[in-house]
Design a protein around this ligand. Sequence first.
Ligand SMILES: [Fe+2]
Length: 435
Amino acid sequence: MSETKITEQIINTLIDDLTDTRKRTLELVEGLDQQQIIGPQLEIVNPLLWEIGHAAYFHEFWTLRHLDGADSFLTNADELYDSINIAHDDRWDLPLLPLDDTKAYMQQVLDAEIDRLKNNNVTALDVYLTRYAVFHEDMHTEAYTYSRRTLNYPMPVFANTVLADKNYDAGPLDGDVEIEGGCYLLGANQNTDFCFDNEKWQHPVNIEPFAIARAATSYQQYAAFVEDGGYNEPRFWDEAGWDWRQNNNLKTPDGWKKDAQGNWLIKQFEQWQPMRPHAAAVHISWFEASAWCRWAGRRLPTEAEWELAASGSPGDINEKRIYPWGDQTPNEKHVNMNSRAMRTIDVAALADGDSAYGCRQMLGNVWEWTADTFNPYPGFVADMYQDYSQPLFGQTKVLRGGAWTTRSRMIRNTWRNYYGPDRNDVFAGFRSCSF
Ligand SMILES: [Fe+2]
């Protein structure tokens, strides 16, 4: 936490963000029936009725209860919503509140949280924990969104969505940019307004000169691998990846099929739509991204290379830009985020968001797998919410940049996301490097 003076503007922004993330949560359960809101027991989803209550519980736990010593609005909140102590498989068997009562609890927490910001002497810790809870809810709204696709529920409806915009259809963006290597400072620096424990702190790593794609891999580029028989050739896959491909009997990425004319269709929520050839390929696992790279004679970037390409500039690899384009707050000219497009858009779109090296859409559109396993930076100390990063170290792969669903208020160049290498339900794709 930096020594920021807590201004009225900071407090008002926090209140707006609290209200906004809750609005998105409620939009994501809108129109679902009683059965859909619980859903089937799968390893990769939560029951939505549980998950929305859990998001409110997280706010209540860290702000009202932890900071103020207040009692929960519920007598059994910890038994219902504590994600650390309630095993994933048990979440379908809990005595959850009906939807209306869950919403009433969520509103009580939100009202009290806003009230304490308006009426207390707000400290840096208040701001940090409230922001943490907003970002936690933002991350869950991304999870509700991919869950709705996984479960074949209808596409959710958001007020800010613009489904068609000519700027989305900008076509392909081929080629690599060359980046000088050197001693790069990987991670967040101590002036950062807010960051998670896994980003702390910047530390020197040596990077050899490298060449990285200007854009993420498109559907058309990925389809060439599929059509070349890539899913039948063990030599393109590592051992765990080939086992995964075999066990799941995959011949294509998840949500691909051909129509009667032999054209690719891609699953968008519950619907099949024609493949947009130049849009970034999404719902690609790390195993698949790595196999494509082997087939193409390329490789995934390390997370240090990815971050340098996003935050450095020619002649100053340690410029440490907050965003690829600089420090201006992200808007729809820079990034496809906040569920504006409801899908990935063409990889040549949004030139205003280019990094100094000319890499496009490093933030937004699609999370990008890196070669690296998620591990702590030197000197790692877990933050107050101890289980944010620690349990996943050594078991997951790092992704960078955020997807079309991710909220732009929380993303930055140093942000590290992490999923298992088999996850093809999340909004993940990749960009590649040449050898
Ligand atoms: Fe959570």
